[in-house]
Design a protein around this ligand. Structure first.
Ligand code: HEC
Length: 101
């Protein structure tokens, strides 16, 4: 009887552990999406500043303004339209956690 309980308990704990990778996947999603931005915003090599360390709210606001046209741009107004609000959130989350160089 006791052995049965232990088995059930560890099954429940294992089940809990198995849900963890979902969160890890989310973190990678931000990084993977951000990789497309780094093509141009990478490490100060292209003249467009790096986005590393930019506060989340600043990046999401900039993307909204580019999307709406409130902020004039040569490229970003088009580019920003390719991302959902949710994707921008993930991207902004990722960059806000990077150390500014
Ligand atoms: C093809 C090159 C290119 C790519 C790719 C690119 N950007 Fe940009 N980005 C620019 C340029 C150029 C500007 C300056 C505004 C303009 O003229 O479009 C800019 C400006 C910005 C700014 C404003 C920076 C500031 O200091 O206020 C933000 C924020 C930004 N980009 C975010 C992003 C994000 C997020 C991505 C990825 C989803 C991205 N960019 C991908 C070229 C690019």
């Amino acid at each position: 009887m006791n052995k049965m309980r232990v088995t059930l308990l560890s099954t429940a704990l294992l089940g809990g552990a198995l849900t963890l990778p979902a969160a890890a996947e989310d973190a990678n999603l931000g990084r993977n999406l951000a990789a497309t931005c780094v093509t141009c915003h990478g490490k100060g090599t292209t003249g467009t500043g790096t986005l590393d360390g930019m506060p989340k709210s600043q990046l999401t606001q900039a993307m909204k303004d580019f999307k709406s046209g409130a902020r004039p741009a040569t490229l970003m107004h088009q580019l920003s339209k390719g991302y959902t609000e949710q994707q921008v959130e993930s991207i902004a989350q990722y960059f806000s956690q990077q150390k500014a160089k």
